[in-house]
Design a binder for this molecule. Structure first.
Ligand SMILES: NC(=O)c1ccc[n+]([C@@H]2O[C@H](COP(=O)([O-])OP(=O)(O)OC[C@H]3O[C@@H](n4cnc5c(N)ncnc54)[C@H](OP(=O)(O)O)[C@@H]3O)[C@@H](O)[C@H]2O)c1
Length: 347
């Protein structure tokens, strides 16, 4: 397990992060995503830590707060030294009645951190992420509130999730102008079958030194290859979430083409298709950490083993060809107009 610095910080996080969205269960989508309870969650957390994972991701809204509770209790029961683990959680989603128990206002961000700390039985959160962009709160209000949390020792680093490139760039500018804690990471959806963020977000992250945490790296299990192409609603015998909760949205033809390209690479190594899908992400230079999700120890073991899969240049080219995004403006003008200057840079 390799460890990478998070954004421009001196904090090192493992290349795989343990996602805890399957912890808790409950009603609606939470029942479909997972119902992992305390004892099983502890086994998964222990298994990840034993493999060298030092990074755990949860959110206030996962299973209505149960995921945070189970995660915090697991760290306590397993007697995990606080400084050996980087705990990330999120704020933004609706957590109660009334107009203010949601969003990225100063009010909800400050209430949210106290509620998360209480649920997790922690004194600080290592990475506090704004789960979505709030069109109703000025960016300056949000980043000032996040900085307040850092100054008070409740939060060590700050990140966002599901924000557009311009929103992050604007926030970084505000942070710099006002000398506030910087946004160090973006948590975003990225897979071989969904490379949309390569258009605007990846160049921005590279330019600004912001880290990338990848969510749903198997597109909710789809890229493990266990769903039959001609029966999109059917999972394997073990029953998978995508059979009832079709998220994140994917272009199924593109995803099937990616699975077809990954299958022979997996067979040649005698590994799973899931491992190839995760390994491809681990080979992308902008990726800091891939957040793996699992309901069972066998799935987690499979995913952890992806760190040992090395793809050669020819295999990466094959996967790139099948999954490359179609050219889009202004990208195709960047290609044409910048060609000479890029060549000059190479010497
Ligand atoms: N920021 C955000 O908006 C956001 C959104 C979503 C997730 N996240 C974060 O990202 C983490 C991972 O997301 P995710 O759970 O959607 O990840 P994922 O890797 O796309 O899907 C995980 C699911 O796929 C199946 N699976 C996992 N490993 C497998 C394997 N080796 N072979 C076959 N099936 C396998 C399991 O479900 P089944 O057994 O049901 O198929 C598992 O629960 C979450 O825990 C959360 O921390 C963040």
């Amino acid at each position: 397990m390799r460890h990478h610095p998070l954004g421009r910080t001196g904090l090192f996080v493992s290349e795989l992060c343990l996602g805890t969205m399957t912890f808790g269960g409950g009603e609606g989508i939470w029942d479909q995503i997972g119902q992992v309870q305390q004892a099983d969650a502890e086994r998964l957390v222990g298994q990840a830590l034993d493999a060298g994972v030092n990074f755990i991701d949860t959110a206030d809204m996962y299973s209505g707060g149960r995921s945070e509770q189970i995660t915090g209790q697991a760290l306590k029961n397993l007697k995990v030294a606080r400084d050996s683990v980087v705990v990330a959680t999120k704020v933004f989603s609706e957590m109660g009645p009334g107009p203010n128990a949601r969003g990225a206002s100063r009010s909800h961000v400050i209430d949210g951190v106290h509620a998360s700390l209480k649920r997790m039985q922690l004194e600080h959160i290592d990475l506090y992420q704004v789960h979505g962009f709030d069109p109703a709160t000025p960016i300056e209000e949000t980043v000032r509130a996040l900085d307040h949390l850092v100054q008070h020792g409740l939060v060590r680093y700050v990140g966002v999730s599901n924000w557009a490139a311009w929103q992050i760039a604007k926030a970084l500018g505000v942070c710099e102008r006002l000398n506030l804690a910087r946004i160090e990471s973006l948590q975003a959806y990225y897979t071989l079958a969904g490379r949309d963020l390569e258009r605007e977000l990846v160049p921005m992250l590279k330019s600004e030194g912001v880290g990338l945490m990848v969510w749903s790296p198997l597109a909710g299990g789809l890229l493990s290859g266990k769903y039959a192409r001609d029966q999109p609603g059917q999972a394997d015998a073990a029953g998978g979430r995508r059979a009832t909760f079709d998220f994140p949205p994917v272009n199924r033809d593109r995803a099937d083409a990616c699975i077809d390209a990954m299958r022979p690479l997996a067979q040649a190594r005698n590994v799973s298709v899931a491992q190839i899908a995760l390994a491809w992400l681990l080979h992308q230079p902008q990726v800091t950490s891939v957040i793996v999700g699992a309901k069972r120890p066998d799935q987690l073991a499979d995913n952890l083993a992806a760190t040992t899969v090395t793809l050669n240049a020819d295999e990466l080219r094959q996967l790139d060809e099948v999954s490359r995004l179609p050219a889009e403006y202004p990208g195709w003008m960047f290609e044409r107009q910048g060609a000479y200057r890029r060549k000059q840079l190479l010497g």
